[in-house]
Design a protein around this ligand. Structure first.
Ligand SMILES: NC(=O)c1ccc[n+]([C@@H]2O[C@H](COP(=O)([O-])OP(=O)(O)OC[C@H]3O[C@@H](n4cnc5c(N)ncnc54)[C@H](OP(=O)(O)O)[C@@H]3O)[C@@H](O)[C@H]2O)c1
Length: 369
């Protein structure tokens, strides 16, 4: 009986157009990204490659920063947990952000068992809630003060993300996937910007995006779309399209913030980069029927496109540890390699419109809370 139920659930799932969009278009965009990477390597080897610079080898002498602080959102699973492990080894004080206190405690004890000297702190934050993000800012500032750490942050990794297959609304009325993947990342960056700018040593924001952004060929950046309302009109929840859209928003936001920083001399030491891990076996497909997700992993593995968290995290680490001047770059493929993202992601007018919409949503949430 159970088997029949599982098969029926899987069958229903694959009868949806979104499934075919995900399985065909996402695979094609991943293959396209690797082909682009190989063509770069062939035509202009060494260009677009950035070596890593570990804080272990940077000297913070004469500065108030004794140990750089790195915040990782979505650190209780997959790539976030893998990034936390690697950045602890690099000498960061790692602040883990997760929405479940049990999962946070579990990942903290796992990391401590692997590295007893690990400097770790966990904060329970729901990125799909503006109130929770504001509370986080206050608790973080208090903790920095109580721990005698400099009142600044050196690295923020906006990694939290979901692939929701059903329509759900947040308490603020936004689509949950857009709220987590994009609006949450925008708001966290906005509220932490003063701490990043206050860093006496170079600081950085890393936004974790995805090759799936290539599948959005035209987009709107008005309030209705960014909050997810315009997607509510369709009968079936267009989950694959919303996921791609949220990842394109992250890229537009990364490049727009990069341009804004370059215009102000105040923030000259702050940089913004995007990182794309490729296809990685994590819990991201948790809402997809297990028979379908297992099949997808088998096919991706057969095609040589599937990575473990340990290898998939490389582009995030490349982005986090690239030399201080590197900004406005899209890391993909590991080994310090970067690519150009889709032409739409470089549309400066669209990015401006998205910025204005996001700031309006941010201000409304601020007023409401
Ligand atoms: N895996 C891939 O193939 C792939 C490819 C390209 C890009 N990415 C991106 O990589 C990032 C990490 O994903 P992953 O593959 O490591 O997936 P994952 O294993 O599912 O991890 C996602 C993390 O985000 C957290 N999270 C989700 N919603 C949250 C919320 N409202 N507030 C706070 N934290 C929240 C999850 O917390 P819980 O543990 O509480 O669920 C989890 O720690 C995502 O942005 C994803 O879009 C992944």
């Amino acid at each position: 009986m159970e088997v029949v139920k599982v098969v029926a659930e899987g069958f229903n799932f694959i009868c949806n157009l979104q499934f075919w969009r995900m399985s065909v278009l996402w695979t094609l965009s991943l293959v396209f990204s690797y082909l682009k990477l190989f063509s770069y390597g062939f035509l202009s080897p060494k260009s677009n490659i950035y070596s890593r610079r570990s804080p272990k080898h940077s000297t913070f002498a004469n500065t108030a920063v004794t140990r750089p602080v790195c915040i990782i959102t979505g650190a209780t699973s997959g790539l976030g947990a893998a990034a936390a492990y690697a950045l602890l080894e690099e000498g960061f004080y790692v602040v883990l952000v997760g929405r479940s206190s049990e999962r946070l405690s579990k990942v903290i004890s796992d990391l401590k068992s692997q590295n007893q000297d690990a400097c770790l702190k966990g904060f329970e934050v729901n990125l799909a809630s503006f109130e929770s993000i504001l509370e986080f800012k206050q608790s973080l500032q208090q903790w920095l003060q109580d721990s005698n750490l400099h009142s600044s942050v050196q690295l923020l990794i906006n990694n939290a993300g979901i692939l929701a297959t059903s329509r759900r609304l947040t308490s603020e009325g936004y689509d949950e996937m857009l709220a987590t993947n994009y609006i949450g990342a925008f708001c966290v960056t906005k509220v932490l910007l003063p701490l990043l700018e206050n860093s006496p040593v170079p600081s950085r924001v890393v936004n974790v995006t995805s090759f799936t952004h290539w599948n959005v060929c035209c987009m709107q950046a008005g309030r209705e779309t960014v909050s997810g309302k315009s997607f509510m009109k369709s009968k079936c929840y267009p989950y694959a399209h919303i996921y791609e859209y949220s990842k394109l928003c992250l890229l537009l936001f990364s490049y727009e913030l990069h341009r804004k920083i370059n215009l102000t001399t105040k923030s000259h030491h702050l940089s913004v980069v995007a990182a794309d891990p490729g296809a990685v076996k994590t819990n991201i497909m948790r809402e997809i029927p297990s028979c379908v997700s297992q099949m997808a992993f088998i096919v991706l593995k057969f095609l040589g496109l599937l990575q473990s968290s340990k290898t998939g995290v490389c582009s995030i680490l490349d982005a986090a540890l690239a030399p201080p001047g590197v900004s406005g770059v899209y890391f993909f493929g590991g080994n310090g390699r970067s690519l150009n993202s889709s032409p739409l992601s470089y549309d400066a007018d669209l990015a401006k419109e998205l910025w204005v919409t996001s700031c309006n949503l941010f201000q409304e949430s601020q007023l409401a809370s």
